[in-house]
Design a binder for this molecule. Structure first.
Ligand SMILES: [Ca+2]
Ligand SMILES: [Ca+2]
Ligand SMILES: [Ca+2]
Length: 165
């Protein structure tokens, strides 16, 4: 992936240099790469370190996560337990999936079935090729920048040059 990230700006610079005095050279479109809190959590379920999360690793990870969230061991994650669980596994108490995604029957408790169902839904949504394995590219979201007509002028990429002496 590193090769890809380095290569894109170089290619963009080459395109601009090659365009010379063509009017309005096409803006290089660089996607923004990001990962949702749920994707970060799921990436952590890769127990054998091969960067792929199989369905078995996922199921085990979901169970592990649920058990760690159920601090009082009553078999449910209460709303009081949900905040610390979210902070630990999603990186923030307000990250999604949250209470309304997880507690589908609205009894203020997240059951193992509710928990599994929500993450299973997310696994299926991320598994684009439907092979039952999540690879890193399926966990990363590419957002293409929107071309705003107002930004067309005067926003040339500035090539980095060594300072002249
Ligand atoms: Ca509990
Ligand atoms: Ca519930
Ligand atoms: Ca897949």
């Amino acid at each position: 992936m590193r090769t890809f990230i380095v290569f894109v700006p170089l290619l963009a610079l080459a395109t601009v240099a090659g365009a010379k005095k063509e009017p309005e050279p096409t803006q290089p479109t660089r996607p923004t790469l990001s990962a949702s809190p749920a994707a970060v959590m799921i990436a952590g379920f890769d127990s054998d370190g091969d960067t792929q999360v199989t369905r078995a690793e996922f199921d085990a990870g979901v169970e592990r996560s649920f058990k760690s969230g159920d601090r009082d061991g009553d078999g449910l994650i209460s709303l009081l337990e949900l905040g610390p669980w979210s902070e630990r596994w999603l990186g923030n108490a307000y990250a999604l999936p949250g209470q309304y995604d997880l507690d589908r029957d609205g009894d203020d408790k997240v059951s193992p079935a509710e928990f599994r169902a929500e993450f299973s839904r997310r696994f299926d949504a991320m598994d684009k090729d439907r092979d039952g394995v999540l690879v890193r590219s399926e966990l990363i979201v590419l957002t293409m920048p929107r071309l705003d007509p107002r930004d067309r002028k005067g926003k040339q990429p500035t090539p980095t040059q060594p300072p002249r002496e």
